[in-house]
Design a protein around this ligand. Structure first.
Ligand SMILES: [Zn+2]
Length: 392
């Protein structure tokens, strides 16, 4: 059974212990005592070194804690006395997030009546799921303000070991029997928990609430504490600065400027689309006028170009399809494509005519009776497609 030193001292980051056993492959080390926290209750494991060897994961195996090494280390033989060092920065970050979660869950339950149904601690942000249908942005801001007030009050935390039958006033009743480890934030919360926590709420640092998301019948609330909250705020500031800078506006005015520019862009795109259609209409009429009508009075417009703007070509095809007795056969070399457009009274069904011509040349495509389009593998195949489409 591994003695868990973090139960009574979450600030202990260097300790001495005896190696009791190694796994056959030499990468799982069992000690008589440890300050390494194994993944448990949502809180991620510690990393660090054991006798100088890197510990890359820590696993709670019930009675014992397994320290997983990147590779076997000669110094870690059974019976050896070794020094363990945990990564202080990583652990303290976990303590800030975890204690912040206790504080938030207590506040959300006591003052707002929203029970926490699950918690997730991620590498960047954390979330808690609340038994409530929806939360307004104003409520999120109010909860954030209240939580930070408890931080400023710097309320002490205490860890006690109490008998499950006698421990009362817990935020959530424990299903365990025997001795419970109870974490108390003075005047705010009492919870049964095996995790690591800071000694007073001031050490949580600032608490930043972020987005909420509806997940089934609960609301998922994202939060970050302490160093993460500052890093997140800095990243937000830098992102917003990169938006505001090129617009020559302040951060506060950036949303309105972006909204106005987005609207202008939408209008410009709509004007451009209308002008493209008008231009295509004029081009279609000019091309049709220049083409001599065949025996049935249908004017065949045949265009072959090295390249063609796709939107422009589509607009021209559509315009030709609305003319009286006109057909457009357009071949583009790069990428090798064919567009066929036919007006309703031309006697040509574009989709029906184009598909077999493409397939015979190793290509594919299709479309409606008015406009069809497809591709062939190489430009050299275009001649065969054109020959198949044009009247003999
Ligand atoms: Zn806890």
């Amino acid at each position: 059974m591994t003695q868990r030193l973090y139960y009574t001292d979450s600030y202990l980051d260097t300790f001495r212990a005896r190696v009791e056993e190694l796994s056959a492959d030499g990468v799982r080390v069992y000690l008589d005592r440890t300050a390494f926290y194994p993944t448990s209750g949502g809180q991620p494991f510690d990393t660090g070194t054991l006798g100088g060897a890197a510990v890359v994961a820590v696993v709670d195996e019930g009675e014992r804690v397994a320290h997983v090494l990147a590779e076997p280390a000669a110094a870690l033989a059974p019976g050896a006395e070794v020094e363990g060092r945990i990564d202080r920065g990583r652990r303290f970050d976990h303590m800030q997030q975890h204690t912040g979660q206790h504080l938030l869950s207590a506040l959300l339950q006591e003052r707002w009546g929203w029970a926490t149904t699950s918690v997730h601690f991620g590498p960047e942000t954390n979330t808690l799921d609340l038994a409530v249908e929806s939360i307004s942005p104003e409520q999120v801001a109010e909860v954030e303000r209240q939580a930070n007030e408890v931080v400023y009050e710097n309320r002490p935390l205490a860890v006690t070991f109490e008998d499950a039958a006698e421990a009362d006033g817990l935020r959530k009743a424990s299903e365990r029997t025997g001795t419970l480890r109870i974490v108390t934030i003075e005047g705010v919360d009492r919870s049964a928990c095996g995790g690591t926590h800071v000694r007073a709420t001031g050490e949580i640092g600032v608490i930043l609430l972020r987005r909420t998301e509806r997940v089934r019948k609960t609301v998922r609330l994202e939060f970050v504490c302490g160093g993460r909250a500052v890093r997140r705020a800095r990243a937000d500031f830098e992102a917003l600065s990169r938006i505001a800078g090129p617009l020559s506006t302040s951060l506060d005015d950036a949303p309105a400027v972006v909204a106005a520019q987005t609207e202008q862009l939408r209008e410009a795109a709509s004007i451009r689309k209308r002008m493209r259609e008008e231009l295509a209409g004029a081009q279609a009429r000019a091309l049709a006028d220049a083409a001599a009508p065949d025996g049935a009075g249908v004017r065949w417009i045949v265009e072959r170009r090295p390249a063609w703007d796709a939107d422009e070509l589509r607009a021209l095809a559509h315009a030709v399809s609305t003319l009286p007795k006109a057909v457009l056969v357009a071949a583009v070399e790069a990428p090798p494509t064919v567009m066929l457009a036919a007006s309703a009274d031309s006697g040509v069904d574009a989709g029906v005519a184009l598909k077999p011509a493409l397939v015979a040349a190793g290509g594919r495509g299709g479309g409606s009776p008015r406009v069809a389009q497809g591709s062939v593998p190489v430009a050299a195949a275009l001649d065969a497609v054109l020959a198949a489409l044009l009247p003999r």
